[in-house]
Design a protein around this ligand. Structure first.
Ligand code: TRP
Ligand code: SF4
Length: 330
């Protein structure tokens, strides 16, 4: 048990999860919980770095996220699920790490530069936003995690984490292993408009969408753009609906749709209806669990409290080593 590799990852509570999240990060986490000692947490403080002005929805998003995690099969029997702010030791380590982190490391962080340009409607010239990777470093190394499953966009943050861990070890003695990013495969499906599925593009199908919503969204999906008329043969390989078929329909159905598409024997509307059926079948058991947990909020809180307690024990132990290393152990 204890010689299993330790894995840690987190998500900011930005709203309900969509199929892109599911086939990206979550599928990976679900795999990993059987093989490694896993810690997965909701980064509510990180949500504040960009959304500090209006905090009214964060707690709702946190609750939703826990429910979604449990409903897709993350199991508190197999991994530790917790909320960042319920383990205040993260904040203590963040403060200590901030003392040794050179500001230029943060200023040249590509994600930082990128976000500053992209989120022009928010004032991100804050200390907290610049320090985002320092908090993330604290999240990771407080558990001495060896592997951090993340998307490619987060690799610079794991790299900064390694640099901070190295600097700490150099200054105060070896306390932290250097974690490695474990790259999450990019999901094989795109959003309704063929861009990356993302909440901010408004092109996502959510795990909690009703069958009507799923039906409506599937009808909006862009198919093979060359196929203008029903009588034109299509190319399933460049069609996102076909990519969905491959994920959600039976193999026979998928093959049949491809053949009929190439021969112009099926229209896109009909093809989409068939795919939506497969997708809804897949969503059904997930949504049943969502409903169950929505009806039992006390159970959800209990799971998170227990997980946060377990995480906190590990974090406390690390912090006592940290204080000793820094010689502030009185
Ligand atoms: N920055 C991550 C994201 O936006 C979330 C996160 C916070 C995280 N702390 C972490 C991910 C620690 C991995 C490990 O996706
Ligand atoms: Fe795509 Fe199906 Fe239309 Fe072919 S028939 S272009 S696979 S939606």
């Amino acid at each position: 048990m204890t010689d299993k590799k330790r894995i840690l990852s987190g998500m900011r509570p930005t709203g309900p999860l969509h199929l892109g999240n599911f086939h990206g990060a979550l599928a990976n986490w679900i795999d990993m919980q059987d093989k490694y000692e896993c810690f997965f947490f909701i980064a509510d403080w990180h949500a504040l770095t960009s959304d500090y002005e209006d905090t009214t929805r964060i707690s709702e998003y946190v609750r939703q996220m826990v429910i979604d995690w449990l409903s897709v099969g993350l199991s508190p029997q197999k991994c530790t699920l917790f909320i960042q702010s319920k383990v205040p030791e993260h904040a203590e380590l963040y403060l200590l790490l901030s003392m040794i982190t050179p500001v230029p490391w943060l200023e040249r962080n590509p994600t930082y530069k990128d976000q500053m340009v992209q989120l022009k409607n928010k004032d991100l010239s804050t200390f907290g936003f610049l320090g985002y990777p320092v908090l993330q470093a604290a999240d990771i190394i407080i558990y001495k995690a060896q592997g951090v499953p993340v998307g490619i966009d987060q690799v610079p943050h794991v790299e900064i984490t390694r640099e901070i861990a190295r600097r700490f070890n150099y200054l105060y003695g070896s306390v932290f292993p250097e974690p490695e990013a474990v790259l999450t495969e990019t999901p094989k499906i795109l959003g309704l408009d063929r861009r990356k599925m993302s909440k901010s593009y408004d092109n996502a199908i959510y795990l909690s969408d009703s069958s009507q919503e799923v039906g409506r969204k599937v009808m909006q999906m862009i198919t093979d753009p060359q196929r203008k008329r029903r009588n034109d043969p299509g190319d399933p390989e460049i069609c996102n609906v076909y990519a969905f078929h491959k994920m959600y329909s039976e193999e026979k159905t998928t093959q049949q749709c491809a053949e009929q598409c190439r021969a112009a024997e099926i229209g896109c509307v009909e093809c989409k209806k068939i795919m939506a059926e497969g997708l809804l079948n897949r969503l059904e058991p997930i949504q049943e669990k969502q409903q169950y947990y929505r009806k039992h909020p006390e159970l959800v809180m209990e799971i998170i409290d227990q997980g946060s307690k377990k995480a906190r024990e590990v974090a406390r132990e690390t912090m006592s080593q940290v204080r000793q290393a820094i010689k502030l152990n009185y």
